[in-house]
Ligand binder design. Structure first.
Ligand code: ADE
Length: 236
């Protein structure tokens, strides 16, 4: 039986989903509330993990250990790293990597993003979830979705030089703060995952102005896509 774990960092990223789901039980663990119920008829567990990689990782581990989720989706807003992705557009992860993880000093064999013990720099998302999420995104905002890499770090990116450095290090489409933490933890648990992000800003000098204006619109769009993904998974 499919049970989808849904993880968002901030209240604005989970509130629409909480409003749309039937909530059967709420359990508090490690400072977060885990809401069990159904969304579009699909069994789900929704959690607001808080901002950053560690918060994401620990909530994914709890989703796996305590709620036995079979699939994980990380949803929320992101800064665009590519000219074709405008505010409100959507990104589905092909894979996710850290832009602020660097063990190159220990050994030049380690590339930026590579976690020792892993043989790749990026954690691949699940192919089936990618195609369902893409179809879901297209149903919400046709012609405005790209599939590609998500770059995560414990930084809100809001300077042009910072943005350009992340683009050259990762080749990612967007940047945010929880995707790769979710991806690494899901991978270590053998649970398929995908990231669904809506663009709230351009991750450059305009980001500080744009983010508060577009955060809510982008977050709610992402929630619509996630609900549509749940609908599709329920029909499989
Ligand atoms: N989430 C939304 N916009 C972001 C940005 N510019 N940097 C990091 N995380 C974000």
């Amino acid at each position: 039986m499919t049970k989808l774990g849904i993880i968002g960092a901030m209240q604005v990223e989970v509130e629409t989903l909480l409003g749309e789901m039937t909530n059967q039980r709420t359990t508090r663990k490690a400072g977060s509330d885990f809401y069990e119920g159904t969304l579009e008829g699909l069994p789900v567990v929704v959690v607001q993990c808080g901002v950053g990689k560690v918060n994401a990782a620990l909530c994914v581990q709890i989703l796996c250990d305590c709620f036995q989720v079979t699939h994980i989706v990380n949803t929320g807003v992101a800064g665009s790293l590519c000219n074709e992705l405008d505010i409100g557009d959507l990104v589905i992860s092909r894979d996710a990597m850290y832009h602020d993880f660097d063990c190159g000093v220990i050994s030049p064999a380690y590339q930026v993003g590579q976690v020792p013990g892993f043989d790749t720099v990026a954690f691949p998302a699940d192919e089936k979830l990618i195609s369902y999420a893409f179809a879901a995104a297209e149903s919400v905002n046709p012609g405005h979705t790209r599939i590609g890499r998500v770059a995560s770090g414990d930084q809100f990116v809001c300077r042009k030089d910072q943005k350009e450095s992340i683009i050259s290090l990762t080749g990612a489409l967007c940047t945010e703060m929880e995707g790769a933490g979710t991806a690494q933890t899901a991978s270590r648990n053998g649970v398929p995952y995908v990231i669904i992000r809506a663009i709230s800003d351009k991750a450059d000098d305009s980001a500080e102005m744009d983010y508060p204006t577009f955060e809510t619109i982008a977050a709610h769009r992402c929630a619509q896509v996630t609900a549509s993904l749940a609908r599709q998974l329920n029909q499989k």
